[in-house]
Design a protein around this ligand. Structure first.
Ligand SMILES: *Cc1c(COP(=O)(O)O)cnc(C)c1O
Length: 396
């Protein structure tokens, strides 16, 4: 396993991390660049040769480090990037990335539109009003070319986009605005990860109907896209000209029944044992004494806590891995540290590495394990790791 320095790891431009090598850190996030490449290649194999893969790298690439992930995804077969906000797009451009970047969120202020034009980001247009604001603003800043824009239709997610029934009028309006050029039309699935395809099929029918209507009015549509990770894994029929994949690039499956491609988790969270000690039977552990030692026991303190992104609701419920063995966490999770019951390996040493999330020998703890315990989804778990944890690139 080669370690890259934090300078080489461009994911997070965090000055205070650069001054220390990752080895001096009490806790860190490891990003397996080989796994990113593997996942992108596996996903590409599912697609027809002409279908493009957009790597969705919003929210700092789901906590993995946007610039690094974007570069590896692009060199592995992705040809587009998706971000949620204008600053996320600018961060990629400032890092020298020239691939097309779709802004999935709905920008509309003067400053946002100015930055979009300036940094060559490609906006999503969700309503006639937003299209007119873009057109007027581009005129006001003397933008003398036509900005590629992406039309968003709401086919049942009830989030961004014009309702599919009104898509014909909306598209016609945009084609009449000289500073805007339609680059694609797209929609987003609400339930593609459900084993019940009913709503997904309904959305698909609505998307098809809207497209047919637009085509019937003589408008040519350069590109269509519809599928997120789940849609990509469910059916080729949803792929159209491009798929927009987030979660699967990071090596996680959107649902139990969608394990039809081999994915490798990209992120692991590790920390070090900072102290080991023995406590007497009856002694409480951590704030509120939510754990009381039932016998004299060996415990370890580990330098990672909820301020790093371990959900406090996992207190007394999570396990970690040391020397390939599962070890229970005990007591309340604190801001910067957690305690472990190391009775099963009493000779654990200070400074030993603890796998908080990830794989060590034959044991593995996944984002799905945490998500199931907390009644949430792996997407949220991945996004929760804070910038206090340096992201360290590893190649496997
Ligand atoms: C976040 C997002 C995606 C990616 O979703 P995953 O489920 O992570 O693959 C695709 N399209 C849009 C519009 C999104 O907002």
């Amino acid at each position: 396993m080669d370690m890259l320095s934090n300078e080489q790891f461009l994911g997070i431009a965090q000055k205070d991390c650069d001054t220390y090598s990752w080895m001096q850190q009490r806790a860190w996030v490891e990003i397996d660049l080989g796994a990113v490449e593997h996942n992108v290649r596996q996903l590409k194999k599912l697609l027809a040769p002409q279908t493009q893969l957009m790597a969705v790298v919003k929210a700092d690439a789901y906590g993995h480090g946007a610039v690094t992930i974007a570069k590896v995804a692009l060199s592995s077969g992705a040809s587009w990037l998706g971000v949620a906000t204008v600053p996320e797009g600018i961060q990629l451009r400032e890092a020298g990335i020239t691939a097309p970047i779709l802004l999935l969120g709905a920008a509309q202020t003067f400053e946002q539109i100015h930055a979009i034009a300036n940094w060559q980001l490609q906006p999503t247009l969700c309503s006639p009003r937003q299209a007119l604001v873009f057109s007027d603003t581009l005129e006001a800043i003397n933008y003398n070319s036509s900005l590629p824009v992406h039309i968003k239709l709401d086919t049942g997610m009830s989030r961004l986009g014009t309702n599919w029934q009104e898509s014909g009028e909306f598209v016609k309006l945009v084609t009449r605005l000289p500073r805007l050029r339609i680059a694609s039309i797209y929609s987003h699935l609400a339930t593609a990860d459900s084993p019940d395809p009913t709503i997904m099929n309904l959305q698909h029918e609505r998307f098809e109907a809207a497209i047919a209507q637009i085509k019937a009015s003589g408008i040519t549509i350069p590109s269509l896209h519809f599928a997120n990770s789940a849609g990509t894994l469910v059916s080729k029929k949803l792929h159209y000209d491009m798929v927009r994949v987030g979660l699967a690039i990071y090596g996680h499956y959107p649902a139990e029944h969608l394990h039809n491609v081999n994915l490798k988790p990209v992120l692991q969270v590790k920390a070090r044992v900072t102290q080991v000690k023995t406590i007497e039977a009856g002694t409480g552990v951590s704030y509120g004494y939510k754990y009381i030692a039932s016998r004299d026991m060996r415990i370890a303190v580990v330098g990672i806590g909820y301020a790093d992104g371990i959900p406090r609701n996992l207190s007394n419920k999570m396990q970690v891995i040391i020397r390939g063995q599962r070890i229970p966490q005990i007591g309340a999770i604190t801001m910067d540290q957690i305690m472990l019951d190391i009775s099963s390996i009493p000779d654990i040493q200070e400074n030993e590495i603890v796998t908080i999330l990830g794989k060590d020998q034959n044991e593995q703890i996944t984002a799905d394990d945490w998500a199931n315990e907390l009644n949430t989804i792996s997407w949220e778990i991945l996004c929760s790791f804070k910038h206090r944890l340096p992201r360290v690139a590893v190649e496997t």
